[in-house]
Design a protein around this ligand. Sequence first.
Ligand SMILES: Nc1ncnc2c1ncn2[C@@H]1O[C@H](COP(=O)(O)OP(=O)(O)O)[C@@H](O)[C@H]1O
Ligand SMILES: [Mg+2]
Ligand SMILES: [Zn+2]
Length: 273
Amino acid sequence: MNHISDLTPEGIQNADKDGDIPQPIQHGDCSPNCPDCGGIGYVRYEVPVEHPKFGKVERCRYAQSRSIAAYLRSGNLDPRIGLTADEIRNLNWNLVRKGVNQADQACATTRKAFEDGHGLVFLYGGFGQGKSLILKIAVATAVRAGKRAAYANLSSVLDNIRTAYDERENKMTELVRRMEWWSSLDVLAIDELDKVGQTDWAKERFFQLMDLLYQRAVRQEALTIVAANYQSTDELSGYLKSRIEDNRFACNGYLIHLKGADGRKSMPKNWKY
Ligand SMILES: Nc1ncnc2c1ncn2[C@@H]1O[C@H](COP(=O)(O)OP(=O)(O)O)[C@@H](O)[C@H]1O
Ligand SMILES: [Mg+2]
Ligand SMILES: [Zn+2]
């Protein structure tokens, strides 16, 4: 693996023409001693032409974790991400325990979708099934990997979009901008689908958003994970049921009914998540 400075003129010739001691040029934001990128923050791979990584430049994994760590330290977390800095740092797939309920199976399927990077996953069932936990883990893992991701209750998403409509002068532009923010993420986890607002406005916006997310999932561009306290998919409105039951998702087992025990009854007393 070479670093990108091999490709830049500065990487080859770095002497000052007045004969002063050459100053090393700070190429990137990684550590100058980084074994992967030498400081530049990006890497390219020595692979044959037919390899999928051929010709691609990627973010160095150390640079990526450095910038995430700096972002978390800065306290400038985008509140729309919907997780605390502690959750982003610590939530991971291994926190879902076997033998409590069916959350471990749901977690394995969600994780597979996450690793594929696209799809529409629907988790439904009663309280304490680990649905919210799985959604948050997916988003925390995505943020740590440098992806654009957010976790939110459906009502908060709709509130965020509605505020644009209530407050801003240029209402339509702001509305479009906010719809675009929620529908353009790499990973979006929408919780508490059952508590959707019943106004025509809320229903219409929700339909519009879900349709955009559905289309991106079909095009294999993004992952949406939805959770609801439902006992059956018949509780979904027709248009949503049809999209969620799309065979391209259902055949991967992305329609997940959790019918186990309430995990809240058996969580250890120091359990934070
Ligand atoms: N299998 C599990 N492993 C670890 N924690 C679990 C599990 N199931 C539930 N929990 C915990 O139980 C509590 C309730 O789970 P939650 O994800 O909020 O459930 P739901 O969203 O399905 O109502 C949370 O603190 C969660 O971390
Ligand atoms: Mg929940
Ligand atoms: Zn590096």
